[in-house]
Design a protein. Structure first.
Lengths: 194, 194
DNA sequence: GACGACCTACCAACTGGAAGGTAGCTAGCT
DNA sequence: AGCTAGCTACCTTCCAGTTGGTAGGTCGTC
């Protein structure tokens, strides 16, 4: 499988980094062109419009996320361990600063001004992530390995919100450790053996 | 106390609404001019630059927040009630859609591309809010009216992150109720009488 | 007559994007 | 083997509209 055209991927990767830094309006074609080493209008050869670029970017991000979650699902049997692994993934991302924020979380914050096509993808990510977390919570409850205070759904939404908030705080404080400080208690509470 | 010049305030209020919708790069002078009913360059009469406008906007927002928190401090003795009131405030804001997001939370998400002067104000807000929440947690613990799992500081940071995440989820789902769904369990856990 | 509040008329730089051209590769036909 | 057609990947040139911002003028009020 030879990587025939890496340019389109380069553009997507670059755009992702820029979006993570400043959202949809935080970057321009010129920014991408500079980094990728291509002329600005050439980007249109790979992506018809900015909306198109960001939509496929988010769509691909969602695919990767889904793949990551099913990898967790495959490799880790324990629901508590799955949550732990999910948090560890983000903790690593934030620590090495490669992608210190969830693309969809950032875009969600500016949802009101997002092109509808992009907004749809972003909302879909939230539903998918919450759905996976809910299933993990449910399984954990059934197996008696997770201690839920409320319903699996509410617990999952709370977990997701806390993770997003933790990303934000880590960024605001400029301190990657803050993510762990905030998220570790989540696990402790859920996997408490009483 | 006659409101001598309301235009500057109108500009600030309008800019605040626009920032809440889409962040620093989500609005332009033209947008403000349209809403306020003024010509675009006239904004410069009130605010030397966009950075200046947003900086004073955030600064004023922080003042209002501080005033709000000390009002809570004044009127509500119970730490648990104080947290409840804080959440109720945001729940109302999100429900009536006047200001369904914290200005500083939104700006924090795009911190890397924010002008330094604005970034400083945003970081200061996070420190101030976390500091207040920490003091509430501490008092609640001392009085035996709040049940903390960890230190007051960690509990406060977790609370703040959850609130920000809840705002994000409410926005992503397009469902104001989600804020309450996520934040109510926070209070229940903290004020549990065991 | 000074000043605040606002205006019109500009500006350079940048925005995403359209148009059309070119170099190189490949497939199919003769 | 040679020719042609069509493809991808990029280029240059150009565009209308928008960005934040400047310069200088007008008008009403104290």
């Amino acid at each position: 499988m030879t990587n025939v055209s890496s340019t389109a991927d380069d553009i997507l990767a670059c755009a992702r980094t820029l979006i993570i830094a400043g959202g949809y309006n935080g970057f321009s074609y010129a920014d991408i062109a500079d980094v990728v080493g291509i002329r600005k209008p050439s980007i249109h050869h790979h992506f018809a419009s900015k909306v198109d670029l960001v939509r496929t970017l988010v769509s691909r991000y969602r695919e990767e996320a889904a793949a990551g979650l099913s990898a967790i699902e495959r490799n880790i049997p324990d629901p508590s361990g799955q949550l732990k692994n999910y948090l560890a993934y983000w903790e690593a991302c934030i620590k090495d600063a490669t992608a210190p924020f969830c693309v969809c979380a950032l875009l969600a914050s500016e949802l009101p001004i997002l092109p509808e096509e992009v907004a749809l993808e972003v909302r879909a990510h939230f539903r998918a992530l919450a759905s996976w977390l809910t299933s993990v919570m449910e399984r954990g409850k059934r197996q008696g390995r997770l201690q839920l205070a409320g319903t699996a759904r509410v617990e999952a939404e709370g977990f997701m919100a806390a993770v997003h908030g933790a990303m934000l705080s880590a960024r605001a404080y400029g301190d990657p450790k803050m993510f762990g400080v905030i998220t570790r208690p989540l696990l402790e509470r859920l996997s408490a053996t009483r």
